[in-house]
Ligand binder design. Sequence first.
Ligand code: ZN
Length: 228
Amino acid sequence: MREAMTFEDAAWAVDRIRRVEGRLQASRLAANRLTVEIPWMDEVNAFTAPGGYIYFSRRLYEVCATDEQVAFVVAHEIAHHDLDHVALFHGWADKIARLPGAALFALFFHGLERLVYGPQKECDADRHGLDLCISAGYEGLRRLELFDILEQHALNVGDFDIVYGPDAESDDELDENASWTTKAQIWAWQKKRGYLPIRDRKQMLRKHFEAKHLGSLSKSSKLPSGGG
Ligand SMILES: [Zn+2]
């Protein structure tokens, strides 16, 4: 990888990523921690695979304005390890390990992770990643601004499908209570794309946040209660 790619080594970038990865993994043994590397790739993406590394493209890194946004990307990738999704790569390792570094990177950054893991595991990684961020005290994450940034980028490059999904009128297609026809529609679309619509992902996470974290956060905060 080092021979094929240039990695970001500017102090501001390295300091920020070490600060975030350290805070997210503070309770883990050093041997179990993952290290984030920032390759100079045009793709706005991040990925992980078996081994001790997470790769976070420089293009995505530079649009993340806050530690919270960086933390969500990193936590999503940590989640793929915690939930043992990376084991799905074992059948592939023989084939892809022989690829030259640059080709391997291109493959991963074009969404191999999402194709291998699939939409359900991507949703699980989003939820677990959000939990990790909240546990690490990144409470500002509740605004889910990262999704607005991803959406803006997708609109800039003309990828309207990835923003709105198959049904532009509904952002609730990942809701567990959605009708089976809605679920079938989103399932087919995701299988074809290997991606989730950004708005549906954001809505799914907002509901997860409200169901799991909102109560505990408002109890511990010093804000006056709403009278309820
Ligand atoms: Zn993922």
